[in-house]
Ligand binder design. Structure first.
Ligand code: 13P
Length: 397
């Protein structure tokens, strides 16, 4: 847990500090065994040597009026996106699309962090600049998706678990050297399939182990147990499941000595299931979601960065705006993939002459969500495209 000195207010990560941090550094994991002769002795894990930096990184990402651009689609998912605009899933096409995103002029005014897939972390733009460097120039912290995806959970009700702990410490150290400063691990919980106690426990334990390993290697872990939108259930059922899931996640985060000041959360908003006939207003979504957060999330956590989960671009922005109508104990913001990229991707359509127009649409969405983070979004002038839902049954990321 955090030492007293960690609790002092720390400034955010500035660019020079960030670059200095990219030089080689040995992560240290210190385990202090107290009173070894006593059979009931406690094992206390000392704070990561990166503790101060983790706090600064988390505060930088959770800075006012900014949120995260999730652009970490796996190659398979990116292929589906490219297919939707008639492009082949080649490395060159993925590079062209990611170049467009990271080089949108002034993006850093609204975006504080970008989650990358491993290929992109090591990739250059089409004009030969390292993508990581372009992000840093834009004042955007690079992040990395570290989980290895979902597989069936044996012994469950057709549920899944998230792989990726094997070799995670060495991969995380390498990602840090490459410039990443935060990480993402997405696991899912399905309401129609249960969720079973086993699936919830497995999701929470995996997230906690990943979070501890990330912190030991200088990466701020984004903790993301996505409660899928799939199902006909009402909003009260989502609320009930979310309470259970977050109780368990924080139980295991604490058990694994994760420093809460150096994590970020990526929850689903509390909404009715996608196939539920009763829809919820942004005010209802905000009320339920904030009640959940207040009951389950300690104020030591600096930032809550919501996923969009298949909501339309406008819906995700309106819901975020509703949550920011009064001060919250945490920075309540966004970490959207589909709800930031959808109209941008369609506007681009793979045509070089559309790059500027596509970047402009990305900036429109980023600015709208920036205003929503500040509680100042009005919803005026939005396109019909931005109002279209993107829910896909059984969606895999
Ligand atoms: P969506 O905003 O499309 O749900 O993506 C969430 C995510 O986990 C991406 O990192």
């Amino acid at each position: 847990m955090a030492s007293a000195s960690l609790l002092k207010s720390s400034p955010v990560l500035d660019k020079s500090e960030f670059l200095k941090g990219q030089s080689l550094r040995q992560p240290s994991v210190s385990v202090v065994r107290c009173h070894p002769t006593n059979a009931t002795s406690l094992t206390v894990r000392a704070a990561s040597s990166y503790a101060d930096e983790l706090i600064k990184t988390a505060k930088t990402v959770a800075s006012p009026g900014r949120g995260i651009l999730a652009m970490d689609e796996s190659n398979a998912t990116c292929g589906k996106r490219l297919a939707s605009i008639g492009l082949e899933n080649t490395e060159a096409n993925r590079q062209a699309y990611r170049t467009l995103l990271v080089s949108a002029p002034g993006l850093g005014q609204y975006i504080s962090g970008a989650i990358l897939f491993e290929e992109t972390l090591y990739q250059s733009t089409v004009d030969g600049r390292k993508i990581v460097d372009v992000l840093i120039e834009q004042n955007i912290v690079p992040g990395i998706k570290v989980d290895k995806g979902l597989v069936p959970l044996a012994g469950s009700n057709d549920e899944s678990w998230c792989q990726g702990l094997d070799g995670l410490a060495s991969r995380s150290a390498a990602y840090y050297q490459q410039g990443a400063r935060f990480a993402k691990w997405r696991t899912v919980v399905s309401i129609p399939n249960g969720p079973s106690a086993l699936a919830v426990k497995e999701a929470a334990w995996g997230l906690a182990r990943y979070a501890a390993i990330s912190q030991d290697n200088g990466l701020v872990p984004i903790v993301e147990p996505e409660i899928l939108l799939d199902g006909e259930h009402g909003i009260d059922r989502t609320f009930e499941v979310a309470q259970k899931v977050w109780a368990e996640v924080f139980f295991y985060l604490a058990e694994n000595n994760v420093m809460f000041e150096g994590i970020l959360l990526k929850p689903s908003m509390v909404t009715p299931g996608a196939e539920c006939k009763d829809r919820a207003t942004p005010q209802q979504v905000a009320d339920y979601t904030l009640s959940l957060l207040k009951r389950r999330i300690p104020p030591a956590v600096p930032g809550i960065m919501f996923l969009s989960g298949g909501q339309s671009e406008v819906e995700a922005t309106l819901n975020l705006n509703a949550m920011n109508q009064a001060p919250n104990p945490w920075h309540v913001s966004f970490s959207y993939a589909r709800a930031l990229q959808n109209t941008c991707l369609k506007t681009w359509g793979g045509q070089p002459e559309n790059v500027k127009a596509a970047q402009d649409t990305l900036l429109v969405r980023a600015k709208a969500n920036s205003l929503a983070q500040l509680g100042k979004y009005t919803g005026e002038g939005e396109s019909d495209e931005a109002k279209q839902g993107m829910f896909v049954k059984g969606y895999v990321y």
